[in-house]
Ligand binder design. Structure first.
Ligand SMILES: [Zn+2]
Length: 385
């Protein structure tokens, strides 16, 4: 099966999440890897047995290099379905690109990694271990996918980790974390003919909103070299029921992006302090319902990193990075598995993912494969002769 047929086949096995049933695609990866002589384990959490992961391994001992790609995709939204110009699960080729749901996110990186495993399998021996993790559940946060695998000790400590995502074939060394929170203001409702007898929760919330907006502008002063500044966005507001009553409740939901090294507990404390600093009496306000996902960052200073950057430069003839990666990835769940550097890397742009007519250019896909093969040749393959 050539490289294009392999990627077509992966696109032809739908794996939208939700529902997140990855059994068919995980089985396909496992079968292909076993056919070339790899050991392949298949694991799924009891809480979601259809979220099947495949971990394939070839070689033995140290060093250990991990290739990681997720096998679930986002679902096709109702508003998106009619915008597709091709069958999203056919893997159609058009104008030098391969189209399909999941084609770039994340099946092209997965296919390049499978090709790298196949190339490694053809060597007489490897100077270490190459591991492919085909992970479920990334599109819904990875709690029952990569995080579950890492927490249960199913992933060995690795000296270099490549997480496949869309970075324009450059080495990305950081992404932001996300914190969501809800702020609720409470007042007292009266008839709108005499609003001064009530306590308007929307007016109270407007002061909180101004304070959070000022906080967002202050955050611009904190700068991470590749992902930029933290942000605070107020994305949802909900309050009142009719124009002729003073509203007794108002809620906002905010999205606070955390740059690497910002600790969630410290960020929560900052948000609480801002809310408390606003004089709202007699209205009351509180913040809660915090949920967050971690940021990721890595150094890029090991020999593996240096070799990886030079492989990129040689193939794409451009600056190899480091760059930031704006969306999140499973790299955040692998920080304890990485005993060396870790990069997010793969073809194309995340802006093409999660949308109608998702595609990967064959040139970008080939470059991803070429970079991985070059890297293995210089790290895990024994010297020729
Ligand atoms: Zn992805």
């Amino acid at each position: 099966m050539n490289s294009i047929a392999l990627l077509q086949r992966l696109v032809q096995i739908p794996s939208p999440n939700p529902p997140g049933d990855t059994r068919a695609i995980a089985d396909f990866v496992a079968e292909r890897m076993r056919a070339i002589g790899c050991e392949a384990r298949q694991l799924a959490p009891a809480a979601k047995p259809e979220a099947l992961n495949t971990i394939a391994e070839i070689g033995a001992g140290e060093p250990r290099i991990m290739l990681h790609a997720h096998i679930d995709t986002v679902p096709i939204a109702a508003t998106e379905a009619e915008k597709w110009r091709v069958d999203p699960y056919a893997g159609e080729l058009r104008d030098g690109a391969l189209y399909g749901k999941g084609s770039i996110d994340d099946k092209a990186p997965l296919a390049s990694m499978m090709l790298a495993m196949m190339d490694a399998a053809q060597q007489n021996s490897l100077a270490g271990t190459l591991i492919l993790v085909a992970a479920a559940e990334e599109e819904v946060g990875g709690q029952l996918g990569t995080k579950w695998l890492a927490d249960l000790g199913h992933l060995p400590a690795c000296d270099f980790i490549i997480v496949g995502e869309q970075t324009g074939n450059k080495a990305a060394t950081a992404h932001k974390g996300v914190m969501r929170a809800t702020v609720r203001a409470a007042g007292r409702s009266v008839h709108a003919t005499n609003p001064d007898r009530g306590v308007n929760a929307i007016v109270a919330m407007s002061k909180v909103i101004s304070a959070l907006d000022a906080y967002h502008r202050e955050l611009a002063g904190r700068i991470h070299p590749v992902v930029g500044s933290p942000t605070c966005n107020i994305g949802v507001i909900d309050g009142g029921s009719t124009a002729n009553a003073v509203p007794d409740s108002c809620a906002i939901t905010l999205d606070r992006r955390m740059i690497p090294r910002e600790e969630p507990e410290a960020v929560k404390a900052e948000l609480r302090a801002i809310i408390e600093s606003v004089d709202l009496a007699p209205a009351t306000v509180d913040i809660g319902e915090f949920v967050y996902s971690r940021w990721f960052d890595s150094a890029l200073e090991s020999d593996y990193s240096r070799i990886f950057l030079s492989c990129i430069s040689e193939v794409i003839s451009d600056d190899p990075g480091p760059v930031g990666y704006l969306p999140g990835s499973d790299a955040k769940h692998l920080m304890d598995v990485a005993r060396g550097d870790m990069v997010v890397f793969g073809p194309g742009s995340y802006e093409v993912a999660h949308a109608a007519d998702e595609h990967v250019t064959l040139a970008d896909y080939q470059a991803t494969t070429d970079i991985l093969l070059k890297f293995l040749r210089r790290t895990l393959y024994p010297p020729a002769g």
